[in-house]
Ligand binder design. Structure first.
Ligand code: UFG
Length: 322
């Protein structure tokens, strides 16, 4: 059955892929985005697009009547969150509380929220279950955790049906939708810029970590698999409950393994140089997504790192060729 959904941040990387999947599934989708980091041409065909600040337009938009909100709009750079915390407390927390108030006022029943592995900080258990301690090591993670707390209390008090999805390292592309940040900080797109000839070499942030090859280990998840989890979450949201799920593949790859996979996929030598550690990086982040599999019935179909990198590479080359 088709429903009417508001997708905040639908001009961004994960939001645009998810909006595309929702349109493919036959839903009516309205995208709201202020284009501070997103791109108008990333809004999928078939969506109505409202350009504006979510905090300002949420009330009037939701007054139209919606079956649910998928809330992707956020500031998401860890480094920037330490330099300019106000941008994160306002842009993420205040804006999200405004959204929750507008949903409450207009009786919007369901919410799926983009939370993050950064809410856990330096993990004490690997793979990380949802019951792990939440001790964020950066402002970005702290703001996402604060929003999770707000959602929990709104759900309990006002009957909202809510699901938070805690993403691990999202990568790959879905058709013409992929990662294209003005300021790129993520490993895979940076490595692919080297293969494309846009960058001389990639820097490895430390090789003295307590891991097998000394470089940081992350759990990479394909953006299409991630988007599919949002559709399942919408179906499984229950009034008065706030469910939280980790989303990753449960397998860790080191920075060197990622670079090697990019070399194999692109056929480019991709020079790499060791640089100092980056502040705030945990050594190992691997998800336990048992709960998402068991309770949502989520089955990632593009789990191999080769597939993830190959899709990102196809997207990168197609965009480069115009
Ligand atoms: N890295 C390098 N060189 C680079 C870029 C990254 O060695 O040029 C390393 C990082 O140190 C890290 C790994 O590659 O060990 C992955 O880094 P990313 O920046 O791609 O991703 P992060 O793991 O830092 O961050 C991601 C999301 C965040 C989220 C976090 C949750 O991008 O939004 O996972 O832990 F908060």
């Amino acid at each position: 059955y088709a429903v009417k959904l508001l997708v905040t941040g639908g001009a961004g990387y994960v939001g645009s892929v998810c909006a595309a999947r929702l349109v493919e599934a036959g839903h009516e989708v309205v995208v709201v985005d202020d284009l501070s980091t997103g791109h108008a041409d990333a809004v999928p065909d078939g969506c109505r697009f409202v350009e504006g600040d979510l905090a300002d337009v949420a009330g009037s938009l939701l007054g139209e009547g919606f079956d649910g909100v998928l809330h992707f709009a956020a500031k998401s750079l860890v480094g920037e969150s330490m330099q300019d915390p106000a941008k994160y407390w306002h842009g993420n927390v205040i804006t999200s509380v405004r959204l929750l108030d507008a949903m409450r006022e207009h009786g919007t029943p369901r919410l799926v929220f983009s939370s993050t592995a950064a809410t856990y900080g330096e993990p004490d258990v690997v793979p990380i279950p949802e019951t792990a301690a939440t001790q964020p090591t950066n402002t970005y993670g702290a703001t996402k955790l604060a929003i999770d707390y707000a959602i929990t209390s709104y759900a309990a008090a006002h009957g909202l049906a809510a699901v938070s999805l805690r993403y691990f390292n999202v990568a790959g592309a879905h058709g013409r939708f992929g990662e294209r940040h003005a300021t790129e900080t993520h490993l895979i797109p940076l490595v692919l810029q080297v293969a494309l000839g846009q960058r001389e070499q990639v820097q490895i942030y430390g090789e003295d970590w307590p891991t097998e090859d000394g470089t940081c280990v992350r759990d990479y998840i394909h953006v299409t698999d991630l988007a599919d989890a949002h559709l399942l979450a919408l179906d499984h949201a229950k009034p008065g409950e706030h469910q939280i799920y980790n989303l990753g593949n449960g397998t860790g790859f080191s920075v060197r393994q990622v670079i090697d996979t990019c070399r194999a996929v692109t056929g480019h030598p991709i020079p790499a140089a060791v640089a100092p550690r980056r502040a705030g990086d945990p050594a190992v982040l691997i998800a336990s997504s048992e709960q998402a599999r068991v309770q949502l019935g989520w089955k990632p179909e593009r789990a191999s790192l080769e597939t993830i990198v190959a899709d990102a590479w196809r997207f990168t080359r197609e965009r480069h060729q115009g």
